[in-house]
Design a protein around this ligand. Structure first.
Ligand SMILES: *[C@@H]1O[C@H](CO)[C@@H](O)[C@H](O)[C@H]1NC(C)=O
Length: 320
């Protein structure tokens, strides 16, 4: 792995174009209220999306969200009218797996709804951590990215298309075919999953993102591309992971010390996520007991900056 100093030099040389303005802030937004997306009652309604978008905008000033599917929960006709009504924008995600689901469900949904809602969609990503999960190769992913570029062109939309993966996959040459095919790249980085102490969480986050950005810049050369942190945040409850301790206080610190400075540095950031998702299955962590002596749950339900249904955030979300 390149040392921090080497990467810092390489990255900073290329940064002035980015650093002239603060990055944009956006939020991943869950689309379901239950695990089975075939049950209508488990899917958020247009009215629910509308009030969530209004709340996010009121509290954070952001009107940008990130979604992960076009077809599950019949999502697009539910969410796009809410985006239009609240004058919000979205980076749409498409599940790349399976091939059949992608071609039969995700692609037709995009083809059907993109033309009418061009003003709401600011980008499309194909696959979310597909390389990390070894679901497909970068070559396979790149073919789907090029296919979606054609759909976007046909719809008359002038927006970037690409993919989202974890920072540690985006520094590998094996990711290059997907990087080459993309003009939008999202890098996920969680200091929590790096097992970092609070004291080193910002260092780790910046190091991860700088390495991903430096590698992408090297691959893209003079070709312009749009870059976002695709997912980051700190969980507010659940079990510790190595040296990482979930708590509202630590999430507040990570916001002020890692997320705000990344934005200030000029990098766009999607925070994972807007609202807690209590319906998510949350495994007990083997052998881990909390203060109350009970076996602890993992953190899956506790990534929101808002509790589900709350009207106030868990901590201060301003960046001074
Ligand atoms: C802090 O983070 C950096 C970058 O991820 C890492 O190289 C270093 O080992 C970490 N330091 C500690 C004390 O864990």
């Amino acid at each position: 792995m390149p040392s921090l100093i080497t990467v810092a030099k390489a990255t900073l040389l290329a940064l002035p174009a980015l650093a002239s303005a603060a990055g944009q802030l956006g939020f991943s937004l869950g689309f379901a209220k239950g695990l089975d997306h075939k049950i209508e009652a488990n899917c958020k309604t247009t009215a629910e999306f509308t009030s969530e978008l209004e709340l996010i905008k009121k509290v954070t000033g952001s009107n940008i969200i990130r979604l992960y599917t076009t077809s599950d929960c019949n999502l697009l006709p539910r969410v796009l009218p809410a985006l239009k009504k609240t004058n919000s924008k979205v980076v749409l995600g498409m599940w790349s797996q399976t091939d059949e689901h992608f071609q039969k469900n995700e692609v037709p949904a995009l083809e059907k709804y993109l033309p009418e809602y061009k003003d709401q969609v600011i980008g499309v990503t194909v696959g979310s951590e597909a390389l990390y999960r070894k679901e497909e190769t970068a070559e396979q992913l790149s073919k789907k990215i090029l296919q979606v570029k054609e759909i976007v062109k046909k719809a008359g939309a002038d927006i970037p298309v690409g993919f989202a993966d974890t920072w540690n996959l985006l520094i590998l040459d094996s990711a290059n075919p997907a990087i080459e095919a993309s003009d939008l790249i999202l890098a996920n980085a969680f200091s929590y999953w790096q097992g970092q102490t609070m004291a080193n969480a910002t260092h780790s986050f910046f190091d991860d993102i700088m390495q991903a950005l430096a590698h992408i810049q090297k691959v893209k050369g003079a070709t312009p591309f749009e870059f976002w942190v695709g997912e980051t945040n700190w969980p507010t409850d659940g079990a510790s992971f190595e040296n990482s301790v979930p708590s509202v206080e630590n999430a507040a610190t990570y916001w002020k010390e890692a997320i705000c400075p990344m934005l200030k540095w000029g990098v766009n950031v999607f925070v994972f996520e807007a609202f807690d998702e209590p319906h998510k299955e949350s495994a007990q962590v083997e052998g881990k007991k909390g203060k109350d002596g009970k076996v602890e749950e993992n953190v899956e339900k506790y990534w929101g900056v808002f509790e589900e249904g709350a009207t106030k955030p868990k901590f201060d979300l301003t960046c001074l």
